[in-house]
Design a protein around this ligand. Structure first.
Ligand SMILES: C[S@@+](CC[C@H](N)C(=O)[O-])C[C@H]1O[C@@H](n2cnc3c(N)ncnc32)[C@H](O)[C@@H]1O
Length: 337
């Protein structure tokens, strides 16, 4: 049985966690002269070209400025507003730049974050992304990263079993399942469901303890598969991905969606648990901040429902729908007809 859900959801904890990116974004925008660059309003692509910065970096940064009230956007074009003109421009007598610039010295990994945004690098202080890409992960890192992910996913995992219907799913593959919090929560909720956590070998070793603690060892197992290099197991009628597409570029997500389509049985479904951007690609704030966070160690970003729909349709999936699952998360579901 899953533990009872707390009386309050975990969005206030997410808000605190994501708030760390608020001043990082403003500090970087000031250092990169983004406000100066927007004295003439510009679209994301126009600004990237004008300042010669990575479009991916600008796509992570501009929504953070807009969602904090420092930019407006009209028909795809970003504009300065009263707030940014007063406090973010060097010519203003009320300029805050030197304050942020001095504080930057105290921000951990500031130089790395700045370079990621400016140049589209994907460096992360502790290197988990390198392991994901190469399929090789140090066991100690696998343990700390998996514990880290588990703590931010477990409430949403149990929460999703209260809101989303997985009846009819007999065998579920949790792709990049980490600790297996979703597989275990679903198995606890659906007594006939069998689940497999597919992840790197070192992560599967960590997941085994979590499965045992969740009391579902008889129906949840692990399968060590490098999802980019090794054959995927077949015979599942659902592939579940939580926080996986947001780690990768659109092209890599397309590759993953195709692998799922090919491996799923007809009638099977793919489920993507993600914090979605609204269609304008700027908000809500949690999506913007999580997307900004994704520049630190991944090649991904938060996606809009339209972007995910297009990735899934390209692979052949049909009947795509989305619903709010828990907290800030939504579940996107599509079928192989
Ligand atoms: C952001 S975590 C998501 C974990 C979990 N699904 C959650 O939502 O908490 C990404 C997961 O993908 C796994 N992963 C990354 N690269 C992989 C690869 N090449 N093959 C298999 N799994 C991989 C990682 O080990 C990690 O567990």
């Amino acid at each position: 049985m899953n533990p009872a859900l707390p009386a309050i959801d975990d969005t206030p904890v997410w808000d605190v966690m994501l708030s760390v990116f608020k001043s990082q974004a403003i500090t970087i925008a000031l250092e990169l002269d983004v406000f100066e660059g927007l004295k003439d309003p510009a679209s994301l692509d126009e600004l990237s070209e004008k300042l010669a910065y990575s479009p991916r970096g600008m796509k992570a940064l501009l929504p953070m400025l807009k969602m904090q009230g420092f930019l407006d956007k009209h028909k795809g074009v970003y504009h300065l507003n009263n707030l940014s003109r007063a406090y973010m421009l060097k010519e203003s007598p009320y300029y805050w730049g030197p304050f942020f610039s001095r504080r930057a010295e105290t921000l951990p990994n500031y130089k790395m974050i700045l370079e990621n945004i400016r140049d589209g690098e994907t460096v992360e202080a502790r290197g988990s992304a390198d392991g994901w890409e190469s399929g090789q992960m140090d066991p100690e890192l696998a343990k700390t990263v998996t514990d880290f992910m588990h703590s931010h996913s477990i409430t949403s995992a149990v929460g999703l079993t209260h809101t989303c219907d997985f009846s009819g799913v007999e065998k579920l593959l949790d792709v990049g399942g980490g600790s297996g919090c979703y597989a275990s929560a679903l198995a606890n909720h659906y007594p006939d469901m069998q689940c497999t956590i597919m992840d790197l070998a070192q992560v599967c070793d960590v997941a085994k303890d979590y499965i045992e603690k969740a009391g579902v060892s008889d129906r949840v197992n692990t399968k060590a598969v490098d999802m980019f290099r090794e054959a995927w197991p077949e015979g599942y009628n659902a592939h579940f991905y939580s926080n996986i597409f947001h780690d990768w570029s659109i092209e890599t997500c397309e590759e993953l969606a195709q692998k799922s389509y090919d491996a799923l049985a007809p009638g099977g479904r793919i489920c993507l648990q993600e914090i979605l951007f609204e269609e304008d690609g700027d908000g809500p704030f949690p999506a913007a901040a999580f997307s900004f966070f994704m520049t630190q160690g991944t090649k991904g970003q938060q996606y809009t429902l339209n972007e995910l729909e297009s990735i899934l349709s390209k692979a052949g999936f049909k009947n795509i729908s989305a619903q709010r699952s828990y907290g800030y998360y939504s579940l996107v579901t599509a079928y192989k007809i």
